[in-house]
Each structure stands twice: as structure tokens, then as C-alpha cells.
Design a protein around this ligand. Structure first.
Ligand code: ZN
Length: 230
């Protein structure tokens, strides 16, 4: 089962101290979807691997709240202008105290905010793409199909940017990232684009022994798609 613990974080943007939940232990007994979405038995850990300040909306993994993490003035300004207002709206709806620590922010919203923070911090597209992918995965559990597609698109575009940039993806990972882009478009419902990406997978092969499974997965998802690996 997944074990959570309460941690106290201090926001590097507004200095607010707040409690959040983090993952102590989890499992992969729930299987793995063909977009690498690993499922746990019991509580899904994903929403607890990212944290959001309830006062200003600054979000990221735990390391983004550690001492020495000092967002630039430009990043802080973006947070106050673009994340804080949306959070205030959530707080008003719930009529909670201010700051609304009792508001449960969905995992997808936390990952979307973390993706924006990462973009303002000029992080690599590959790093940002992963937040959007996780936002999409959270939407699966939240039952929000529209938002899931929205975040899958964001993730696909960002992974495409990573592949297009010099050194954006390690040579040995280009194969699997190309496959993932295909699978994202397939799950968005854009078959032709998915096929184009699946067909590019063999071009990225550098180690047949280690990567044959990616070639096989791309062919399978193009011709007779499956929901789960294994
Ligand atoms: Zn804050």
C-alpha cells in the first residue's frame, strides 16, 4: 500500500509555512499503462509527489521548497500574477479561512502549476513535459477526460520540443520518448499523428538488444493498441 506522511514546507516565494502530504512508500501492484502510467494498489501516490503553497500557488517537488531554493524576481512576479489569483478563486468557492489550507487542490492542478513554474524558471522542455504528463495521469483518476486530453497535448508538444532541441533528450532515450509521443497522440484521439510518431521509433534505435521492446510496443500500439503493458 501507499504510505503518506505529513511534512511542513516553507514557500520560497511568500515565506508561508504550510503542511503537505508526501509519499514515504508506494508500490506498482496496479500495473503499468502503455503511456508508462504506473498504478499503485490502494492510494495513488502521484498527487503527493508535488506540493503547492496555498497562499501564492507556487508549486513543485519537495526539493523546490528546500533552503537555498530562491526563485528569481521574475518567477515570483509570474507566481503572484498568474497562480495566486486562480488559487484565491478556489479559496472563495470553499469559503475556507485565508490562506485556505483546508482546500484540497487536485493533483492535476498542482502539476500544471509546477509545469508553469518550471517554464518560468527556463527549465528544459523534457523536465516540463514530465509535469504535464503527470497532470494528465492525475486527470485519469480525477475522471476529467477533457483536462486529460488538454494536458496530454501539452506534454506531447513539450516532448516534441525536447526531441527537436540539441541534447534535449539523451541519445539512448530518444527511442522511448518518440514512442511516448505517439502514445500520447493516440490517447488524445489523433490516430494519424500517433501513427507518424510510432513509425519514427525504429529510426531512433541505437541498441537493438535493449530497445527491441520499444519497437514492438510502437508496432502494437499502432496496429492493435492495448491499455496496459504486460
Ligand atoms: Zn507561497
Amino acid at each position: 500500500m501507499t504510505t503518506l506522511q505529513s511534512i511542513e514546507l516553507q514557500c520560497p516565494v511568500c515565506d508561508t509555512r504550510f503542511a503537505s502530504q508526501s509519499v514515504v512508500a508506494t508500490n506498482a501492484f496496479g500495473g503499468k499503462r502503455t503511456d508508462f502510467h504506473e498504478r499503485a494498489a490502494g492510494t495513488q501516490p502521484l498527487p503527493y509527489l508535488v506540493h503547492m503553497c496555498r497562499r501564492c500557488g507556487y508549486s513543485g517537488p519537495e526539493r523546490d521548497f528546500t533552503e537555498g531554493c530562491e526563485p528569481s524576481p521574475v518567477v515570483k512576479e509570474h507566481v503572484w500574477n498568474e497562480l495566486a489569483p486562480t488559487l484565491a478563486a478556489v479559496g472563495e468557492q470553499s469559503a475556507g479561512p485565508n490562506p485556505p489550507t483546508d482546500v484540497v487542490v487536485p493533483g492535476s492542478a498542482k502539476y500544471e502549476a509546477a509545469a508553469k513554474v518550471a517554464e518560468w524558471q527556463l527549465m528544459e522542455p523534457r523536465y516540463i513535459a514530465d509535469f504535464y504528463l503527470r497532470a494528465a495521469w492525475c486527470c485519469v483518476d480525477e475522471g476529467d477526460v477533457e483536462a486529460e486530453r488538454f494536458f496530454r497535448r501539452k506534454a506531447a508538444w513539450m516532448f516534441e520540443r525536447a526531441l527537436a532541441s540539441f541534447d534535449g533528450v539523451a541519445r539512448e532515450e530518444r527511442c522511448v520518448v518518440t514512442y511516448l509521443i505517439g502514445e500520447l497522440w493516440r490517447r488524445i484521439g489523433d490516430g494519424p499523428t500517433a501513427t507518424r510518431w510510432f513509425d519514427r521509433v525504429p529510426e531512433e534505435l541505437i541498441d537493438r538488444a535493449a530497445q527491441q521492446w520499444v519497437i514492438d510496443a510502437a508496432r502494437q500500439q499502432r496496429d492493435t493498441p492495448r491499455e496496459w503493458f504486460g
